[in-house]
Ligand binder design. Structure first.
Ligand SMILES: Nc1ncnc2c1ncn2[C@@H]1O[C@H](COP(=O)(O)OP(=O)(O)OP(=O)(O)O)[C@@H](O)[C@H]1O
Ligand SMILES: [Mg+2]
Length: 1107
């Protein structure tokens, strides 16, 4: 059941304890056992309050997937199993939502996983913060700065194949929404001695190997390099290749990253040139040459390498050669040049290589900063990530270890300060009484190192600057004097006699009791390393280089800026940068990741307890737990607390309606937890002892089991009951269906039987009835037959009787008729002979006529005047009668037809009749006009507003109003005119404007001429000498010629009582002004389709072609 539970707290399914403050009892063994148990179960993260302990698993665990990122996103710190993502999320959210700048301090010894942890933090933040093209580019640049810095600043050591040989602090800047804007990287103390010498089993910085393995032949040639590692003195040979590291592919990654970060091609080129120059410097060798004064002077053995370096870097060969042979010291305007012996020459060469490389590294950091710098000036929120070397305790510890351990002392100090401060602040915030906590304050150790007067660093600087002979021994002597009484300083030669007989402490060493343990430092090299001397001749030679990057790396070589003051020592520089760092960290909310290395073998699954124990001690983790649980070991806001334990009390289970705090109070009272065991803060409950928490957890577990059983019980009961109910319901349904089915079957059977029985009975009954009916029928038939016979006999008998009777009667009648006939014939014989013949003839004739008329009556045709049918003549002698009868009938029916006409129709037919008389068989146009009714007023002059003017000008009744073509006598072309015929006048008007062009009284019209053909041309001849005739006759053409001529004729007749002369001829003369022109109609030409065309042929002839 518990496995099914959704995680709501880190307390769920805990392996060991997820938070060390819950460890009971708390001691080193239980601490380590808890870590080991968790490590063995792949739980590499454990909390101490808000501090994350991370144990390097040395193998890839599936706990950094995008799904994990989503799981931890926006969840509370203690909600899920301890994870670096939980810390990252907490830091990012308080940065984004509460506007608190954050720093993430990652510490631990070499190989403990600091750099990996810092990358995990960065990738988590990149995954959860805003998205978008611009933001993604910023993220990409920030992330890609890592491979570049790792290539130049990391190296394989015996402890770590990818050991960071510099300290790194990176500020990631965000805007108010939490989107990254950019970043700033600070680097601390690159281990530059590695450039010229590496301990056994270690390598130089990765970049050297990467270039030689990954660069193309062409590129190598350009850099004057050879692929073979063994060609270079500066590359330690014994572990040039590292298992699982592909230098060539890493080289490509680095170049790609440089491009993404924004390095220009020429910059990348320059960087690699400097790297090549450093590599080649190692190959310059010196040989002694005796001089006349007996001193040895160094000379370069083989100048070829020097020449190539100078070609690569653009340095004048003689200048560099001189710088390797002489050293110039300037003091008070005096320049003194001394020659260098071989040892000094080697020293100068190595110093130059170290300086070149370390300055190049710093330049890279500055250049990256330029690229990733936030592009906006708005206020930024900052998340700092510090990945700095952890405490180092080796067999031989030198200046570097001293400096590193100093830095760690400072970090420890700030850790204690900030943890305590945070703890105290929480108590104040929650209103809980603060109890004093005993802890070791390492301020005293820091003071031993950094005190401005008596500190070790101050004394080292003093020694370095002191005139006279200065050696490491004089430095130690000085320490022995000044620090002898310090509790944490140990030296054989100090005034303090405690260590006089301590054989574990060699004479050339001093020991410091760091908070993390005692460390013995070899004093040899302290002065040199602190001085970090580069002969001025070399820096000047570098400045003179014709290579912009190298020139920029050695600004002090510029003679114009010559500075007699010594440059700050390495120690003081470091002290200053540590101070800046501390100041920076103090303004931020700290988050700690304490990295622990489980074994020395870089191997998975091995947990070396002694090694871990050592780290726990010097990281002060136990101390950390003690501080954390000095007052109250565990605290939790009221809501999640109530949510987690509410099932332990009846009042709070399943729901608590009041405020969460009251609920927790009721809960704790109910459980009877002693009052001294807990305290109520403002928003959190504080539990003094982990035991109480575990008791609560046990109770919860027990209760959850009970609840689970209860739920299971209820669930099972519910499930069985629902199943039972379902089955019952099913049974009822099935039973009812079955019953229905069986009753149906039974019913159908009964019904079938009933039908059978019924059918038998009905059959039997029917057969019986049939028998009876058949019998009856036979009886009836028999009776009928008998009756028929009987009636037949009767009828025949009667018939015979009637026949006899009729025969008798007939015989009587015949005899009587014969007798009468005889009598009549005898009587009439005399009359018949006189007139019977004529009478019979007349009678027959009358009879025939009667028959003819009666038959004709029945065969009469219809009353339509156009019906041509007439029955055939029956008798030849009636031929003329028959024809006459047909004529009379036709006239009669025509009269009948005419009688139906109205006056108007009569007029129309009169006109049509007139037209027929005038044109039938004379004008070919006539037949076509018969079917067309004469309308007269084709243009609606009185209604159409267009003709208003015309209407106003004519006050008589209009008989014809139609558009005609007036033929131009000059060329035969037609122009449209309105032709008006009134009672007294003929008028021609303009079609468009309606103005009257000509007006001719009917009395002045003498004749109308037209052709006999199928055309509409006609000429109106005017009386000679009349007013209208001055312009000549009109030659017009109209589609309604027949109608117009007829109406003109009739109107003239009624008005002047004279018949208008209508001449039908294919050639007639027309008067045009003074001339007479002949209009001639010719048949034929179909040129213009069916339209007649008129053409002026000459002065005397106008030809009309009629199709
Ligand atoms: N969380 C992890 N998961 C898997 N492997 C890891 C993890 N952390 C570290 N490692 C392994 O341990 C090696 C050393 O880790 P890392 O380089 O981070 O150590 P470091 O603390 O930075 O050491 P140094 O101080 O030398 O730089 C890595 O190269 C990697 O192989
Ligand atoms: Mg590292």
């Amino acid at each position: 059941m518990a496995k099914m539970e959704v995680k709501t707290s880190l307390l769920d399914d805990m392996i060991g304890v997820g938070d060390m403050v819950l460890l009971e009892p708390l001691n080193e063994d239980s601490f380590i056992n808890n870590l080991k148990k968790r490590f063995d179960h792949n739980e590499v993260y454990t909390y101490i309050g808000s501090v994350v302990i991370s144990i390097n698993p040395y193998r890839s665990l599936p706990i950094y997937t995008p799904e994990k990122v989503e799981e931890y996103r926006n969840r509370n710190f203690y909600e899920l199993s301890p994870h670096i993502f939980a810390l990252s999320d907490e830091a990012y959210r308080s940065l984004r939502d509460q506007d608190k700048d954050q720093c993430i301090l990652i510490t631990g010894e070499s190989g403990a996983g600091k750099t990996e942890a810092s990358k995990l933090v960065m990738s988590y933040v990149a995954a959860v913060c805003g998205k978008g093209a611009e933001v993604n580019q910023v993220k990409e640049q920030l992330l890609q700065s890592n491979p570049v810095l790792e290539a130049f600043g990391n190296a394989k050591t015996v402890r770590n194949d990818n050991s960071s040989r510099f300290g790194k602090y990176m500020d990631i800047e965000f805007d108010f929404k939490g989107d990254p804007l950019g970043g700033v990287i600070s680097n601390y103390l690159l281990e530059k001695s590695r450039v010229v010498k590496q301990p056994r089993g270690e390598r130089n910085f990765h970049i050297f190997y990467q270039i030689l393995s990954g660069a193309s032949e062409e590129f190598l040639c350009k850099l004057k390099l050879e692929r073979d590692f063994s060609r270079y003195n500066y590359l330690g040979l014994d572990s040039a290749r590292v298992n699982g590291v592909d230098d060539a592919s890493n080289f490509r990654t680095v170049r790609n990253a440089m491009q993404i970060v924004g390095f220009m091609d020429h910059e990348t080129q320059s960087v690699f040139e400097v790297v090549a120059a450093v590599l080649k410097l190692g190959n310059i060798e010196f040989k002694p040459e005796s001089r006349s004064n007996g001193l040895d002077e160094s000379k370069i053995k083989d100048k070829n390498e020097l020449k190539e370096i100078c070609e690569l870097t653009g340095i004048d060969q003689s200048v560099l050669e001189r710088a390797f042979s002489f050293r110039t010291v300037e003091a008070k305007q005096e320049k003194v040049s001394t020659t260098l012996n071989v040892a000094q020459a080697y020293y100068a060469r190595d110093a130059l290589a170290k300086n070149l490389y370390s300055r190049l590294f710093s330049w890279l950091v500055t250049r990256i900063n330029e690229s990733i710098k936030a592009q906006t000036k708005v206020r930024k929120k900052v998340m700092g990530v510090l990945d700095i070397y952890g405490f180092e305790i080796f067999e031989d510890n030198s200046f570097e270890q001293f400096i590193i351990n100093y830095c760690n002392e400072k970090l420890q100090q700030i850790f204690i300060e900030l943890t305590l401060k945070e703890e105290q602040e929480e108590y104040i915030r929650e209103g809980i009484e603060w109890t004093h906590i005993e802890y070791f304050n390492n301020a005293i150790i820091c003071d031993l190192i950094e005190n401005n007067q008596t500190g070790i660093l101050a004394m080292l600087d003093e020694e370095c600057l002191r005139p006279g002979t200065v050696t490491d021994d004089t430095f130690l002597e000085k320490l022995n004097q000044v620090c002898a009484t310090h509790q944490h300083f140990e030296s054989r030669m100090s005034k303090c006699s405690r260590f006089l007989n301590d054989t574990s402490l060699p004479h050339s060493c001093f020991r410091i009791q760091h908070y993390a343990g005692k460390v013995m430092y070899q004093v040899e090299g302290f002065v040199d390393k602190n001085n970090d001397l580069l002969y001025r001749d070399l820096s000047q030679a570098m400045w003179k280089a014709n290579h912009s990057l190298i020139k920029a790396l050695f600004p002090e070589g510029n003679p114009a800026k010559i500075n007699l003051k010594r440059p700050p020592t390495a120690g003081s520089q470091f002290k200053a940068s540590v101070a800046t760092l501390m100041k920076n960290l103090q303004t931020k909310n700290p988050n700690y990741i304490r990295c622990i290395k489980p074994n020395d073998k870089k191997a998975a699954h091995i947990f070396n307890e002694a090694l871990v124990c050592h780290q726990i001690r010097y990281l002060g983790l136990l101390e950390n737990v003690r501080v954390r649980r000095a007052g109250y070991a565990f605290r939790q806001p009221y809501e999640p607390c109530l949510e987690r334990y509410k099932m332990l009390c009846k009042q709070t289970w399943p729901h608590w309606r009041g405020p969460a705090r009251a609920g927790v109070e009721v809960l704790f009272n109910e459980l009877g937890i002693p009052e001294e065991e807990f305290s109520f803060g403002r928003s959190k409950i504080f539990i003094r002892n982990p035991r109480t928490l575990f008791k609560l957890e046990d109770l919860r577990k027990q209760r959850l089991e009970d609840l689970a059983t209860l739920i299971e019980k209820i669930y099972r009961g519910w499930k069985c009951r629902t199943r039972f109910l379902l089955m019952k319901k099913c049974q009822v349904v099935i039973a009812s269906w079955y019953r229905r089915y069986s009753q149906q079957k039974k019913y159908q059977k009964i019904k079938g039987s009933a039908i059978t029985v019924q059918s038998y009975i009905r059959g039997w009954k029917a057969r019986k009835l049939l028998r009876e009916l058949k019998h009856l029928k036979r009886c009836n038939e028999a009776a009928t037959v008998i009756a028929a016979y009987w009636h037949g006999t009767q009828a025949r008998r009667e018939l015979r009787r009637l026949k006899d009777e009729a025969r008798n009667k007939h015989a009587i009648a015949v005899i009587w008729a014969f007798w009468l006939g005889y009598k009549v014939r005898r009587e009439y014989r005399k009359f018949f002979r006189a007139n019977a013949g004529r009478k019979i003839y007349e009678f027959t004739l009358q009879r025939l006529m009667q028959k003819y008329f009666l038959e004709m009556k029945n065969k009469m045709p219809s009353l339509s005047p156009i019906d041509k049918n007439w029955p055939a003549r029956p008798y030849l002698f009636l031929d003329s009668t028959h024809k006459e009868l047909k004529r009379i009938f036709h006239l009669w029916r025509c009269k009948k037809y005419r009688d139906q006409f109205t006056d108007q129709q009569k007029l129309i037919y009169e006109e049509k009749l007139e037209a027929s008389e005038l044109f039938k068989d004379k004008k070919a146009l006539y037949p076509a006009s018969v079917g067309q009714p004469f309308q007269g007023a084709y243009l609606e002059i009185s209604e159409n507003p267009k003709y208003k003017k015309l209407k106003d000008a004519v006050d008589e009744k209009i008989i014809i109003a139609e558009v005609v073509n007036k033929i131009n006598r000059a060329n035969g072309k037609a122009a449209s005119r309105i032709f008006l015929l009134t009672k007294n006048n003929v008028l021609l008007a303009d079609q468009k404007s309606g103005t009257i062009k000509s007006e001719v009284p009917l009395g002045d019209v003498t004749k109308v001429s037209m052709s006999s053909q199928n055309d509409g041309f006609f000429a109106v001849h005017l009386k000679e000498g009349s007013e209208a005739a001055s312009k000549g006759d009109f030659l017009l053409s109209s589609d309604h010629l027949i109608e117009m001529a007829t109406k003109l004729y009739r109107t003239t007749l009624s008005q002047t009582k004279q018949k208008l002369n209508i001449e039908i001829s294919d050639e007639f003369l027309v008067q045009f002004k003074q001339d007479k022109v002949c209009v001639k109609f010719i048949q034929g030409s179909q040129k213009n389709g069916n339209i007649p065309t008129c053409k002026r042929k000459n002065n005397r002839l106008l030809e009309v072609a009629v199709p």
